[in-house]
Design a protein around this ligand. Sequence first.
Ligand code: ADP
Ligand code: ASP
Ligand code: MG
Length: 408
Amino acid sequence: MALIVQKYGGTSVGSIDRIRNVANRIQIERDKGNQIVAVISAMGGVTDKLIGLAGELSDNPTEREMDVLLSSGEQQSIALLAIALNEMGIDAVSATGRQAGIVTSGSHTRGRIERIEPTLVNRFLSEDRTVVVAGFQGITEDGMIHTLGRGGSDLSAIAVASAVKADLCQILTDVDGVYTADPRVVKKARKLPEISYDELLELASVGTKVMQSRSVEFAKKYGVKFEVRSSLNNNPGTIVTEEHEAMESVVIRGVSIERSQARVTITGIPDTPGMSGRILGALADAEVNIDMIVSNIASDGMARHSFTMHTSDLGRAQSALKPVLAELNELGGEAGIETEAGIAKLSCVGIGMRSHSGVAAKMFNAMGEAGINIGMISTSEIKISVTVEEDQIEEAARVVHTAFGLDA
Ligand code: ADP
Ligand code: ASP
Ligand code: MG
């Protein structure tokens, strides 16, 4: 007998038929003698719909009320799945984030799991019941509801698996596993039998939404080995685990794209200490998430800084930078601001990059031959990212995928 944590995402519980399908899958495990804790998302589209309803009432609803509202999506789906299971003769009970002891800290709409006190879940399991836990939500020490950021049910599942010391954690979704690229974009993408935490973490942080990046970070930190597989078939999935030597022989594990990016360039910055800190400080205070950063000195001897961000942050960034530009000019600058929206980011990730050279050259050549212009470039130990015009991003992903021999 094994204790299995199974996470089912929005598409997998997206209709009454799909909820019955999940219940059937749980029954198969129960018949094998296994115990199940199912961590589930809201029915597909529900979270977006709730965001839309709040938006009809206010341009700026408080994050506290958004948490109360959005967490209701998962409260619906856990009860529906428990009802479906009960109807099949399986003794199942639902548990909200609070009932499951998911204690969070941090701010509303992006709570962090502090710890899990699975007293109630363990009691249900000792009574041999199937437990259906609401993903994406937790409760603060002082009783406020938190949600965990979009896609946050992945994090709930990994954290619950760690807390109940599950023998196995399965992320069941609408694809067969983690692919070398989003199979919706790159038709020749291949399913990976395994991937290291670090590679999936990098891919997730640059747009591969099959797993929420914070969930992978948590899994790595607490050593939760898990698999990603389909809720709709029984094909083998992808094992996510510690890296081992054989993994380094593959240079690029996967490519990822991120759309809706914007670039902001500040020109005419005095080339003296403290300027970058002022600029980035103002953006941080305005909670603008900066991604790539490039700075250089122009022919007039003044510095220029460029950074990328999500397009939705562009307005906030411009307002935050206005007073800083005035300040830079008082210090002898001739500061101006240029912005460009409609760009996207392409990233290649692989731990094999550490031991192979020429990776960037290969990527850039492939793009050059396809006539795709590269904007900004940034690299880390196991990742190379570039920006391109948004309407070329899919083609860029395909040519780079081919260049690294990833095509099926
Ligand atoms: P869930 O609702 O189960 O959480 P998501 O929609 O969050 O599922 O994630 C699954 C989706 O991730 C897939 O439908 C797929 O289009 C997308 N995806 C993006 N990149 C990849 C990749 N490299 N491998 C697999 N799926 C990917
Ligand atoms: N329902 C939430 C969302 O749509 C959480 C999740 O699905 O993981 O982001
Ligand atoms: Mg998801």
